[in-house]
Design a binder for this molecule. Structure first.
Ligand SMILES: N[C@@H](Cc1c[nH]cn1)C(=O)NCC(=O)O
Length: 451
């Protein structure tokens, strides 16, 4: 355990996840070019990403079961190969259906990657390192967005559509070859756990994982915290910043790349906060969700384009949703036995992506409705249209907040029935103050003893 081999396996897993995120986010950067290439309306354009995410979200639970059966190596390599096929198809596509077919392959391959990479960690590392490495995996994977935003965008604008997507296919082939050659499901001499559950047993496990309120708290936490940032990065963020807010494309790319920086800085901080306050995880979820909704409100209520500082604040707050959504996986891990973790993780991961795809589709639809009813077609991405369309998010924020509050009451009731009660904030803060004072007092005594 924890040998050079373990780090190599983790490194290759991270590389495969970075490549998956690059494939996932590439279409968001290509959105404006795609509008011209396919002559697509806003809702047809969002169909590319919506279909991709439907496939991704729909495959989460089956993939969890398959990872248990066949191990992460096959799943990661197959996922990378599928994404390469999808991007090749997109490179050649000249119609909306042909392009959407490519994104279906990308969504399917992407669905296989994160769960399988996460599954490698407990097989190769001691359990005390698992939470931190899981958070780091989630954050490091987001570097894939930077690849989309900088080199991919460069090739797209300099070399054209086909070159850009063929390059992404080549990256997928590289991830596939490296995964097949270097990944191992478990250290030599360890028997990788394989299950051979039948359909009925698998369905029963799924039902048990779903009935566990902690799993649903994880799913709704993922739902509430992740969707807005995902929508922003994958679809509407770039056209909103460039066409509606009037930013230069370079400035918009820099703003989008802040997502990665915030994740890398805040992920470990949030992880350590969660470690110290495991009974306050849902409060952190609610705080991040409220702040995201407030930042959107401030931007949408601006009479004209927002000042750059406000857009930076919006991006920073939305970016916090990524690390906060990892709290959902923490709920899955701590409320389920290890043999049900894959299924529970799959359920949690569905939350944020379902919320994101409903939102991005609705925004596209509203933009089209406004455009077709305005009598001055052509200004599809105007600021006023975006202000109306983006307000749809408040419904989703509201649903997420309500669901987290309701389900956490259930979780707390069942914890209380098992003798574990949640101390009020007042007591926690008083306890922290008392501990700080005690520490200061001990330090002072030690210093005086040394004199
Ligand atoms: N919560 C994300 C990962 C993340 C971390 N920071 C920003 N995003 C997640 O659900 N990942 C699943 C995946 O397939 O990427």
């Amino acid at each position: 355990m924890n040998s050079k081999r373990a780090w190599l396996v983790w490194g290759v897993g991270i590389f495969a996840y970075v490549v998956a995120i690059t494939q996932r986010t590439s279409f968001g950067v290509a959105g404006l070019v795609a509008t011209e290439r396919f002559g697509a309306t806003a809702s047809a354009l969002s169909a590319f990403t919506v279909v991709q995410l439907v496939v991704y979200a729909g495959l989460q639970i089956p993939v969890g079961v398959l990872v248990d059966r066949f191990g992460p190596r096959v799943m990661i390599a197959t996922g990378a190969a599928l994404m390469a096929v999808g991007q090749l198809q997109l490179a050649m596509a000249e119609s909306v259906p042909a392009g959407v077919l490519g994104r279906i392959f990308v969504g399917a391959g992407d669905a296989m990657t994160f769960i399988a990479v996460i599954r490698l960690i407990p097989l190769w590392f001691p359990s005390r390192q698992v939470p931190v490495l899981t958070q780091l995996t989630g954050q490091l994977g987001q570097f894939g967005q930077l690849i989309s935003l900088v080199p991919f965008a460069f090739v797209l604008h300099a070399g054209g559509w086909s070159h850009a997507f063929v390059s992404l296919a080549a990256l997928g082939v590289l991830a596939c070859v490296l995964s097949a050659a270097l990944l191992r499901n478990a250290p030599a001499g360890t028997l990788a756990q394989k299950t051979s559950k039948g359909m009925r047993e698998t369905a029963a496990e799924l039902g048990t994982a779903w009935r566990q309120p902690g799993t649903r708290l994880g799913m709704w936490s993922h739902f509430a915290t992740q969707f807005s940032g995902t929508v922003f990065v994958l679809t509407w963020g770039y056209p909103f910043l460039v066409s509606a807010q009037g930013l230069e494309t370079g400035t918009a790319s820099i703003l989008l790349s802040l997502f990665v920086v915030v994740g890398i800085i805040c992920g470990p901080l949030l992880g350590s906060w969660v470690g110290k306050h495991p009974l306050r995880r849902s409060s952190m979820v609610l705080a991040v969700t409220f702040v995201s909704a407030a930042a959107w409100l401030a931007v949408i209520l601006q009479p004209g384009p927002s000042p750059l500082w406000l857009l930076v604040v919006l991006v920073l707050v939305l970016a916090l949703g990524g690390p906060a959504s990892m709290i959902g996986f923490d709920f899955a891990r701590t409320f389920n036995p290890s043999h049900r973790m894959g299924t529970a993780t799959g359920i949690v991961n569905v939350g944020g992506f379902v919320a994101a795809l409903v939102t991005m589709f609705a925004i596209g639809l509203i933009l089209d409705l406004i455009n077709s009813s305005s009598g001055t077609p052509g200004d599809l991405y105007s600021l006023d249209a975006f202000r109306v369309a983006l307000s749809f998010q408040f419904l989703v924020f509201g649903a997420g907040i309500a669901a987290v509050i309701i389900i956490r009451r259930r979780v707390r009731r069942s914890m209380a029935a098992q003798g574990e009660s949640i101390p009020p904030w007042r007591d926690v803060l008083a306890d922290n103050k008392r501990r700080r004072q005690q520490y200061k007092h001990e330090e002072k005594t030690r210093r005086e003893d040394r004199k």
